[in-house]
Design a protein around this ligand. Structure first.
Ligand code: NAD
Length: 447
């Protein structure tokens, strides 16, 4: 964009339509993450808990000069939907309702957080899924759609979306993929443009994974779509172009939780101080259904690619060969059933300082992945709905704060530094609200 056009663009704040009405949050995949969001939102609505970790609910945003003392909650600055407007729906090949699935996932305490809202959770029953064990090899379930080809499957999903919207009297719907990680795929000719993509759907081409069928159906129904797993899904030229053409927001990929969250907190700090890194070894154990799926080498490869990219982009070894040119980066995920969802992630960092003297950092993060993921899903749902009402179609890079592997257009490298992502998110919210950007220059305080 030429500089003059850029200035005009920055100056224009989009018109945002009313946030009123019920908002359907449709979740392909009703497993650990999805049920933790659904149960958590209901617990917050009932005043049983706080929405910890959610920027949309808890974070303030500074406006104007520091001397003005203006720092409203984000939800008071921009017109996002309220929690009591949310209604939940899901698809899953496993027919368990949200109560049964949450008990099985073992993330939330059954007596404290699930039984008090059992009726509500039991009412969220998964619709039949577009599912194929060729893409997720370590699980199976009977609750799936049958059709002649992938285009018919997409039609069936579109019908589900329309029915859900009508049955629950929703003004708008958003969709967030909380399904399992699919096998590794690269974008190919079938994803190059929408004609090739649709033809491939009719031909039942293996290049079209189930998560792409959901993304396609969502975009055609005008439903903003985000992908919480690392598989391609909407991250292909055909769907990017379709989303832009239809004015539908899309975002991805792979919720930034656990070890990668830590990595994107620590690495920018080391780089800011120009501290060298020789090696970063990350290993973790987890025993939930996601861990079982990732035990399959083809699904793990998808996850590994998503996790490995982070350091290269943050540390920029090509610009700092003396500090990061020779870094050995390794990521391991080990399926270990006794731990369930309570993962443990170890990081060993071999770093060096002044004159090359070596030091080490050890991180032992006893984290709960779905507890970290749930507020991300909530924020994405509310911000994607906002983006849709503001007419922002296509890739929403300002939401890269929430992702391990941010979806960016061809030719643009992804920004992984959590603090830059946070700044970008808040500046976009300021822009949407017609407020000035914060530059942190601050010379005026001294004039
Ligand atoms: N837990 C986290 O913090 C975290 C972080 C980043 C990414 N993720 C990703 O989010 C996804 C969900 O994680 P989880 O811990 O809830 O896993 P999970 O295994 O508990 O739940 C995934 C659910 O998706 C269902 N599913 C699989 N394919 C489907 C399809 N085609 N349509 C509908 N449903 C389908 C499965 O049956 C399962 O119930 C995974 O891909 C995971 O890698 C999770």
């Amino acid at each position: 964009m030429p500089p003059e056009r850029r200035k005009e663009y920055v100056a224009q704040t989009p018109n945002i339509s009313s946030p009123d009405g019920r908002v359907g949050l449709l979740l392909p995949g009703l497993g650990a993450v999805a049920t933790t969001v659904v149960a958590g939102v209901e617990a917050v609505r009932q005043g049983l808990a706080e929405p910890v970790g959610s920027l949309s609910q808890m974070n303030t945003i500074r406006l104007g000069k520091r001397t003005e003392g203006r720092a409203p909650l984000i939800r008071d600055l921009v017109s996002i939907a309220r929690l009591d407007q949310l209604v939940f729906g899901a698809w899953d090949p496993i027919p368990d309702n949200a109560y049964e699935s949450a008990v099985n996932a073992g993330v939330l305490d059954r007596h404290q957080h699930l039984d008090p809202i059992r009726d509500f959770l039991s009412s969220v029953e998964p619709m039949s899924a577009v599912f194929d064990t060729a893409y997720v090899k370590r699980l199976d379930g009977p609750n799936r759609k049958q059709a002649g080809n992938k285009m018919e499957l997409a039609e069936a999903l579109r019908e589900d979306i329309r029915r859900f919207k009508a049955d629950h009297d929703c003004a708008r719907v958003v969709m967030i993929w909380c399904g399992s990680t699919e096998i590794f795929q690269r974008a190919g000719p079938a994803h190059a443009d929408i004609e090739a993509f649709e033809q491939a759907m009719y031909n039942n081409d293996p290049a079209i994974a189930p998560s792409m069928v959901y993304a396609y159906a969502a975009i055609l129904e005008g439903v903003p779509y985000a992908n919480g797993a690392p598989n391609l899904s909407a991250d292909v030229p055909a769907l990017e172009a379709l989303a832009l053409e239809r004015g539908v927001p899309i975002a991805g990929k792979d919720f930034k939780t656990g070890q990668t969250l830590m990595k994107t907190i620590l690495a920018p700090g080391l780089k800011a101080r120009m501290i060298g890194v020789n090696g970063w070894f990350s290993t973790n154990i987890l025993g939930n259904r996601d861990g079982a799926v990732l035990d399959d080498p083809e699904s793990f490869k998808t996850k590994e690619e998503s996790k490995l990219g982070v350091l290269d982009y943050i540390l920029q070894p090509e610009m700092y060969p003396q500090l990061y040119g020779d870094i050995y980066h390794k990521v391991r995920i080990n399926y270990y059933p006794p731990r369930g969802d309570d993962k443990e992630g170890w990081d060993n960092l071999d770093i060096f300082g002044w004159l090359g003297y070596p030091m080490q950092i050890k991180v032992d993060f006893l984290c709960r992945d779905s507890i970290l993921a749930a507020p991300i899903v909530l924020d994405l749902a509310l911000f994607l709905d906002l983006a849709g009402r503001a007419g922002l179609g296509g890739i929403q890079e300002w939401l890269s704060f929430y992702f391990k592997s941010p979806h960016v257009p061809e030719g643009l490298y992804p920004e992984h530094d959590l603090f830059i992502q946070h700044w970008k998110l808040k500046n976009t919210l300021r822009w949407l609200a017609g407020e000035e950007q914060i530059t942190h220059l601050g010379r005026e305080y001294y004039e």
